[in-house]
Design a protein around this ligand. Structure first.
Ligand SMILES: Nc1nc2c(ncn2[C@@H]2O[C@H](COP(=O)(O)OP(=O)(O)OP(=O)(O)O)[C@@H](O)[C@H]2O)c(=O)[nH]1
Ligand SMILES: [Mg+2]
Length: 453
């Protein structure tokens, strides 16, 4: 199966100026030769030098389908390290589908999502963290997310993993040498020196694990739920933050029944805003379900924007809500600041006065959000490395194993235990870059890619 020549439309389906149909595999050039003809002279793509572009037509039998530019890329200096051909054609549902159809008829197989990148990994051009960075780059919704992905694609995470793995393997070799010659005691200064290296590894792994949260925010966006009592102005706030009239706003309490999710970038940070149904006691079945969904969104949110109407006196329900979620990342939005204020909101925690009617206070609110997630976190200008949840799980395994080997070496337990734990750590770190990987793991990673990548 992996030997087959694969083909896919690599650009989004739809109407566009151009689209690209891409092939990879031993037969890629020969297959395109069957359907492509040069303008004027009789030539074959297989005779053309690598990394060249050619003008001509695609034929389905005798029928001319499209006028195209064909790029010939011969192994190994290609995306997959295999022969690759890219056909730039007119972007349109019909042209791209017909060209794809011709190539399938000639014997190419339709690529699975991420299969081009999977081949780049299997053929050793990139490692797993770099393959993941390709997906991160495609999905990046902010400048910072893009910079992080570019950095990882360049191999900076791989280099750090390899260096740490090498160091642990060096220690392991040392320990194994002593296991092979049990008569010689391991010298105390050697134990001290090896312990020092283990402590440094643990510290380094810990610092990497600490980047997981921010990595998640950058990749998926900060999930921000907008909650509060009916009519507080939640939907008005969503519209203000998005800069468009996305949600229905009305003076009737209980307008929003279902949750509404929208992406936006706030000061370079990718955010997902979720407008919810106002929280209150109700007998209405639909509204009840809406409120259940509001609470569900709160559970999975990274940030809670608790909207209160400052023209009304503070009510018990808002105080209870604030107490219930006191240990969550939360900002109280005191809305309707254009009206005379009735209350003091200090009881609710950190609050920002805002008017969704005039737009005043919105910039201050954005600043508070930025502060909550960036200052005190990782310095945004220096290290762009941020791990993902898969890396995090492996690093946890590695950290526990290195800690166990450190305890064992210190307590002069059997060196066998030290060696066994070190092997677990080396294995866990190796899996991050894909030194060892199962088909299941690869399926999981590459299924998240788009078709044609
Ligand atoms: N004066 C004033 N009115 C506002 C402000 N923000 C919202 N409103 C009004 O308050 C009412 C309710 O606004 P919505 O945004 O629909 O409130 P909501 O919290 O989404 O309400 P539900 O969906 O019913 O829970 C509307 O009549 C808005 O025009 C504000 O800053 N100042
Ligand atoms: Mg609403």
């Amino acid at each position: 199966m992996s030997d087959a020549t694969i083909v896919a439309i690599s650009t989004p389906l739809g109407e566009a100026g151009i689209a690209v149909v891409r092939l990879s595999g031993d037969e890629a050039i020969a297959l395109v030769d069957q359907v492509f003809s040069f303008v004027g002279k009789k030539r074959r793509l297989s005779e053309c030098p690598t990394h060249t572009v050619h003008y001509g037509f695609i034929y389905d039998g005798a029928e001319r389908i499209d006028e195209v530019m064909v790029t010939v890329l011969k192994a190994p200096r290609t995306y997959t390290k295999e022969d690759v051909v890219e056909i730039s054609c007119h972007g349109g549902f019909q042209t791209t589908r017909r060209i794809l159809g011709c190539l399938l008829k000639s014997g190419a197989r339709l690529a699975e999502p991420g299969e081009f990148t999977r081949r780049a990994f299997l053929n050793g051009r990139i490692d797993l963290t770099q393959a993941e960075a390709v997906a991160d780059l495609i999905h990046a919704r902010s400048d910072r997310a893009m910079r992080m992905a570019t950095e990882q694609l360049r191999g900076s995470l791989s280099k750090k993993m390899d260096a740490m793995r090498d160091d642990l393997m060096g220690i392991l070799a040392h320990i194994e040498a002593h296991i092979d010659f049990p008569d010689e005691d391991i010298a105390p200064e050697t134990v001290a020196q090896l312990s020092g290296r283990l402590v440094r590894s643990i510290d380094f792994i810990g610092r990497l694990i600490a980047t997981a949260d921010e990595g998640r925010y950058l990749r998926r966006g900060i999930r921000t739920v907008i909650v509060g009592r009916p009519n507080a102005g939640k939907s008005s706030l969503l519209n203000q933050l998005l800069g468009e009239n996305r949600a229905i706003v009305s003076a009737r309490a209980g307008t929003t029944r279902d949750t509404i999710e929208e992406y936006a970038t706030v000061r370079g940070i990718a955010m997902v805003f979720i407008d919810t149904a106002g929280l209150r006691e109700t007998e209405d079945e639909i509204e009840k379900e809406g409120i259940r969904r509001s609470f569900e969104s709160i559970e999975s949110a990274d940030l809670i924007l608790h909207v209160v109407d400052c023209s009304e006196p503070l009510v018990e329900a808002d105080v209870n809500f604030a107490n219930k979620y006191a240990n969550r990342r939360k900002i109280v939005v005191a809305n309707k600041s254009d009206l005379p204020s009735q209350a003091d909101f200090d009881k609710l925690g950190e609050w920002v006065p805002v008017s969704c009617e005039t737009g005043s206070g919105i910039e201050e609110l954005k600043h508070s959000i930025e502060k909550l997630f960036l200052l005190g976190g990782v310095d945004s200008s220096s290290d762009q490395l941020m791990i993902n949840s898969r890396h995090e799980a492996q690093l946890f395994r590695a950290k526990i194993a290195v800690e166990a080997s450190l305890a064992a070496i210190g307590d002069e337990w059997s060196l066998e235990i030290v060696a066994m734990e070190l092997r677990i750590a080396v294995q866990a770190i190796g899996e991050i870059v894909g030194k060892t990987s199962t088909d299941d793991l690869l399926d999981r990673i590459f299924s998240e890619f788009c078709l044609g990548k």
